[in-house]
Design a protein around this ligand. Structure first.
Ligand SMILES: Nc1ncnc2c1ncn2[C@@H]1O[C@H](COP(=O)(O)OP(=O)(O)O)[C@@H](O)[C@H]1O
Ligand SMILES: [Mg+2]
Length: 143
């Protein structure tokens, strides 16, 4: 049931906490993790509009920063014996997560209840809420 896990992360503390649970899913048959980070297209377009710096440069910086955040996550999961695939794309986060869910034919999604915005009054974050409503596979939500 949990062979291939989709782990979308915005590198927030809550998303980081989900890692422990992925490791614990090994006993339930988890073998492979797709680590997905989506560079928010809306935020990117806003930055690009007002930026004085070269847009390609900004894009390269964002991708490099994302890769730098992904690398330690990848290493720690590899050490635990998982097969890893990394996907970093610029898109609308919830849409990209749902697209990758289908494309990679994952068996479950492990996601944080909240993310970078982390508004305590919100029952769920905006991305996690949409994923729970629209995903085809089981979603494990980590608080
Ligand atoms: N840009 C993103 N790329 C990949 N995963 C994301 C992204 N944004 C959010 N997530 C996932 O969704 C979870 C909930 O985040 P979100 O709904 O955005 O909460 P908030 O509204 O507090 O930012 C995160 O912990 C992470 O697992
Ligand atoms: Mg967010």
């Amino acid at each position: 049931m949990f062979k291939k896990i989709l782990y979308p992360t915005d590198f927030s503390d809550v998303a980081h906490k989900a890692l422990d649970f992925i490791v614990r899913l090994k006993d339930a048959g988890a073998r492979e993790v797709v680590i997905l980070h989506v560079i928010d297209k809306g935020s990117f377009d806003a930055i690009a509009r007002y930026a004085t710096k070269d847009i390609l440069e900004i894009e390269k910086n964002l991708e490099e920063r994302a890769m730098a955040e992904v690398t330690p996550i990848e290493e720690s999961l590899r050490k635990k014996g998982f097969k890893i695939k990394i996907i970093i794309n610029r898109a609308v986060p919830f849409m990209e997560i749902l697209r990758v869910e289908e494309e990679e034919k994952v068996s479950a999604i492990v996601i944080g209840s909240h993310g970078m915005s982390n508004i305590a009054e919100m029952f769920l974050g905006s991305v996690s809420e949409k994923i729970i409503r629209k995903a085809k596979t089981p979603v494990l939500v980590i608080r």
